[in-house]
Design a protein around this ligand. Structure first.
Ligand SMILES: *Cc1c(COP(=O)(O)O)cnc(C)c1O
Length: 401
């Protein structure tokens, strides 16, 4: 019986890369998929559902409040909007026109990345600071906290920090200089799970808002994410995200999410409205998050390690290649199989191997994170039973082993 993708004429792939958006995220655990199906069979007040999600996320992250977003990038957009407008419905309505508002976000130059478009789409300007000398090999320094302090002006809405085990300056120092001037810090922690402890780490270091992807290691729906942090900012997030097509007397959102008493009136549909999140995503994310947070520490890691061991064992010896296992891969703790070609093997470079895997049937996607070093990486998170052997077999064919 053909599966749903085959029925509509789309080829399923073997995803030996990881849960990236381009490759449709990961494989949902049946408990998460069942929860989403059940959620789809009822209607609820979406603000009430988000208010309940806020409590669950707060409990698990140690933050005051939380919100389910359509992804970490949406979390960055919503968090930035909250910092720019505060609880001012007039300002919310005017975005992305930020005239007269704090409309600059400071970011370390070395942390700039393509996802910060989500921040800029609020109508703010990114102010880059520091020089990433250590990346160029010319020097050892990166941005320092005093440079962030130096860039703060009355126009600064927030500091954005892209978390990573090697990120500099340390988050605690950024928080210290930002808070000294009353400026909130938004952390992009999209891919920083596992370790599970990072669900709480950035909040405990003083971050005001932290964005995680729901569709990466948490194992939630592809189009989901978490934003957690200060209750007042999460309120501003909700106000700019929830659908506002409602009569005033009808509009009674839970006070734990939105304190109507401090507002002159309700804003219109906000800048975050296109980042809509369905009830199925919210319930699926919460189910996955509770599993991720509650699971025995080693269960998931052991399953990942088994897949990688299977892949490397099935590949066996391939002349001209070294196959090793990296248990401490960047940026998270997901083990990766590392295929190293010192020279072209069977006339193929690492990139040729990736393209040959991708060009087969079914297409196999490997991770290209280190392809410039002659390395093809294989990640376990989206591999299903039996797939490690299929990847190994195809590799042996391509490399003439
Ligand atoms: C994956 C990623 C994002 C985007 O996350 P989504 O959940 O897909 O929106 C943003 N920032 C970083 C650093 C990421 O790795």
């Amino acid at each position: 019986m053909p599966n749903i993708y085959e029925r509509i004429g789309v080829r399923p792939i073997i995803n030996a890369s990881g849960p990236s958006t381009r490759l449709s995220g990961g494989i949902l655990d049946p408990e998460v998929a069942d929860a989403m199906h059940e959620a789809s069979q009822y209607c609820v007040d979406i603000a009430e559902l988000q208010a309940r999600a806020s409590e669950v996320i707060a409990e698990i992250t140690g933050a005051e409040a939380g919100y389910v977003t359509s992804g970490a990038a949406a979390g960055l957009l919503l968090g930035t909007a909250a910092c720019v407008t505060g609880p001012d419905p007039g300002r919310m309505n005017r975005l992305p026109d930020t005239e007269g508002m704090k409309n600059e976000v400071i970011i370390s130059r070395s942390q700039r990345n393509f996802y910060d478009h989500a921040i800029r789409s609020v109508g703010v300007k990114l102010v880059e600071v520091g020089i990433a000398d250590r990346y160029s090999g010319a020097g050892v320094r990166d941005t320092e906290a005093w440079e962030i302090a130096d860039a703060i002006t009355e126009c600064t809405a927030a500091v954005c920090y892209v978390a990573n085990p090697r990120a500099l300056p340390p988050l605690e120092e950024v928080v210290e200089v930002a808070h000294a001037r009353g400026v909130p810090v938004i952390v992009d922690a999209a891919g920083q799970l596992p370790p599970r402890s990072n669900l709480q780490a950035y909040i405990s270091m003083g971050a005001d808002l932290v964005a995680f992807s729901g569709g990466k290691a948490i194992g939630g729906p592809q189009g989901s994410g978490i934003l957690c942090g200060r209750r007042d900012l999460i309120m501003c997030v909700a106000l700019q995200h929830l659908d506002m097509d409602v009569l005033k007397p009808q509009w009674n959102p839970p006070v734990t999410l939105i304190d109507k008493s401090i507002l002159p009136g309700a804003p219109h549909h906000g800048i975050g409205r296109p980042c809509k999140v369905g009830k199925e995503q919210i319930v699926g994310l919460l189910t996955a998050l509770e599993r991720f947070a509650g699971e025995h520490l080693d269960t998931r890691a052991a399953a990942w390690r088994d897949r990688i061991d299977e892949l490397v064992a099935a590949a066996g010896d391939i002349p001209g290649c070294r196959f090793t296992i990296d248990t401490d891969s960047r940026p998270s703790e997901v083990p990766m199989a590392v295929l190293k070609l010192d020279e072209p093997v069977a006339g193929k470079t690492a990139l040729d191997v990736v393209l040959a895997l991708q060009g087969g049937d079914p297409p196999i996607q490997a991770n290209t994170g280190r392809v410039s070093e002659g390395i093809v990486l294989f990640g376990p998170v989206c591999l299903k039973a039996g797939e490690p052997e299929r990847v190994a077999q195809r590799l042996r064919e391509i490399l003439d082993a």
